[in-house]
Design a protein. Structure first.
Length: 277
C-alpha cells in the first residue's frame, strides 16, 4: 500500500512540475532578449538560395532556436532586402541543421594547423562561404558574445589554410579577400540604442558608444584575420517590447531602421572607421 501511495505521489508531482514549466508567451521578459513576435506579425521569408549567376551573394548564418524571435524577424527583413536589391541570399539555420559547434580532438589539427581534410559538415559550409560575397552572422546577445552555435561555426568552418595561413614574414595572411563580414545582433530591450556607434538614444549614449566600440574591435580583428572586409554591425537594444500597446508600429520601425542601415552599407558602401588596434 505504501508503495502504491508513493507511486501516486511521484506521478502527481511529475504532472505538477510539467504544469509549472509551461510558458505563457505573454509573460516572457523582453529585457532578457527573449523578445517574441506575436504570430500575427511574423513575416517569414524563404530566400531562393544561391545559384550559378554572377549576382552578389549573401550567406546568413543564424543562431537562434526561436523562429518567432526578434532575431529571426531581423533575419527575414535582411534576407528580403538583399533579394529585393538583386542579390542572392542563403540561410544556414544552425539550430535547424542540428549543427555541432564543438571542435573535437580528431579535427583539432585540421582547424588549427590545416592538416588533413575537413569533416563533411564543415566542408559543406566552406562551399557556401566560398560562394558568398558577404557573410552575415545573426544572433541574440547572450553574454556579450556570439552564442555557442555561431562561435562554434566560426571556429570549425574558418580553419587554417581555408580562412587564413601563416604570413611569409610572420603574422597571419587572410585568405577570404574580396568578401565582407557583417553582424546583426538583438540585445532585447534595455533602451541603449540602435544601429552602431553614435546610435545610442536611450540610457547613456557614452556607455552605448563604449559598448559598440568593443564589438568593433572584435569585428575588425576577425575580418583582418580572415582577410575580409569589416562591413560593420547592426545592433538593436530598443523596442518592440512584449505586451507593447504599439507593438506593430515599433516592429515596423525596427524593420525600417534595419533596411535603411543595410542600404547605407551594401548599396551606398558606408563602412565603419577602422579601430585603433
Amino acid at each position: 500500500m505504501k508503495k502504491i501511495l508513493l507511486l501516486c505521489f511521484i506521478i502527481l508531482n511529475i504532472f505538477s512540475y510539467s504544469e509549472t514549466r509551461e510558458i505563457n508567451m505573454d509573460e516572457i521578459d523582453a529585457v532578457t532578449s527573449a523578445s517574441i513576435v506575436p504570430a500575427k506579425y511574423v513575416n517569414k521569408y524563404v530566400p531562393k538560395g544561391f545559384t550559378n549567376s554572377d549576382k552578389k551573394k549573401a550567406l546568413f548564418v543564424v543562431g537562434d532556436m526561436r523562429k518567432n524571435s526578434i532575431t529571426f524577424d531581423m533575419l527575414y527583413t535582411a534576407v528580403k532586402f538583399f533579394e529585393d536589391n538583386n542579390m542572392e541570399a542563403e540561410i544556414r539555420d544552425l539550430y535547424e541543421m542540428n549543427w555541432n559547434p564543438v571542435l573535437s580532438m580528431d579535427e583539432f589539427y585540421y582547424q588549427k594547423d590545416g592538416i588533413g581534410v575537413p569533416k563533411e559538415d564543415v566542408a559543406r559550409e566552406q562551399d557556401f562561404v566560398r560562394k558568398a560575397d558577404y557573410i552575415i552572422f545573426v544572433y541574440p546577445n547572450w553574454h556579450d558574445t556570439p552564442n555557442v552555435m555561431v562561435k562554434g561555426y566560426q571556429e570549425r568552418v574558418f580553419a587554417k589554410k581555408f580562412a587564413y595561413e601563416d604570413g611569409q614574414n610572420g603574422g597571419i595572411n587572410g585568405l577570404l579577400k574580396g568578401k565582407g563580414i557583417f553582424t546583426i545582433m538583438n540585445c532585447g530591450w534595455l533602451g541603449g540604442g540602435r544601429g552602431f556607434i553614435n546610435g545610442g538614444v536611450g540610457i547613456d549614449d557614452k556607455k552605448w558608444n563604449s559598448y559598440m566600440k568593443a564589438f568593433k574591435v572584435l569585428d575588425d580583428d576577425t575580418a583582418e584575420f580572415w582577410g575580409a572586409e569589416n562591413c560593420g554591425r547592426f545592433v538593436t537594444d530598443l523596442y518592440p517590447r512584449n505586451n507593447d500597446k504599439e507593438y506593430k508600429e515599433h516592429l515596423e520601425k525596427l524593420r525600417a531602421d534595419l533596411r535603411n542601415y543595410l542600404k547605407d552599407v551594401f548599396i551606398n558602401g558606408k563602412r565603419p572607421k577602422k579601430s585603433f588596434f
